[in-house]
Design a protein around this ligand. Structure first.
Ligand code: GRF
Length: 206
């Protein structure tokens, strides 16, 4: 089994989508073993507890240096022997040391079609506000590998969503979640855990 950790900071609807997909019989080769929140009281923690998943709170503001915060994250992930890290509404920037260490083993979901409306400063409703300000007719979501460049890693999956007349950032956010993020992220987790499990087994046979 591929051991998965989901890193969150907020509501955790993307975490929920992964847990629901697993409960429906998908993600046969992966198991969510740990949820880490960068914020105390994040509703995502409750969602994890409802599924008997271990939780940890590692608050960014408890560390003066990002290096120390990332070292604490890495320590926790190593203690659980985590193979695959999923960023699902995780609002912290990871150091290059961290993303290099976990290269090819961390993914993120971003609520736009990268390379539009992404990078530093593009998070939450700001992404959808920017799409509406620009006047695009189609937006969507992207699941990508994480490297040291914010939203800059290799793209794994993308899905388009229509912008509708009269959309607000809130209505657009909801549609992008329902029609793209909650579908793509669980699929990406399944794909990667399948591939990683195969690689593991091939290694064991050698
Ligand atoms: C999502 O829009 C995700 O794309 C972005 O942050 C939001 C998190 O929502 N990175 P949730 O916590 O999964 O409900």
């Amino acid at each position: 089994m591929i051991k998965i950790a989901v890193l969150v900071s907020g509501g955790g609807s993307n975490l929920q989508a992964i847990l629901d997909y697993k409960a429906a019989g998908h993600i046969p080769n992966g198991e969510v073993c740990l949820v880490i929140s960068s914020k105390q009281g994040a509703y995502a923690l409750q969602r994890a507890k409802n599924h008997q998943i271990d939780t940890l709170v590692i608050e960014r503001r408890q560390f003066s240096k990002n290096e120390d915060f990332c070292a604490a994250l890495k320590g926790a992930l190593q203690a659980y022997q985590i193979d695959l890290i999923v960023l699902a509404g995780f609002m912290c920037i990871l150091t290059k040391e961290f993303t290099d260490f976990y290269a090819g083993r961390i993914i993120n979901v971003h609520p736009s079609l990268i390379p539009s409306f992404c990078g530093e400063g593009y998070y939450g409703l700001r992404v959808h506000q920017a799409a509406l300000d620009y006047g695009v007719k189609v937006t969507g979501a992207t699941v990508h590998f994480v490297n040291e460049i914010t939203d800059g890693g290799k793209i794994l999956l993308q899905r388009a969503v229509e912008v509708q007349e009269g959309d607000t950032p809130e209505t657009l956010q909801k549609r992008v979640m329902e029609q793209a993020e909650w579908i793509l992220l669980p699929q990406a987790v399944e794909m990667l855990s399948d591939t990683m499990e195969q690689t593991k087994k091939a290694g064991e046979r050698k």
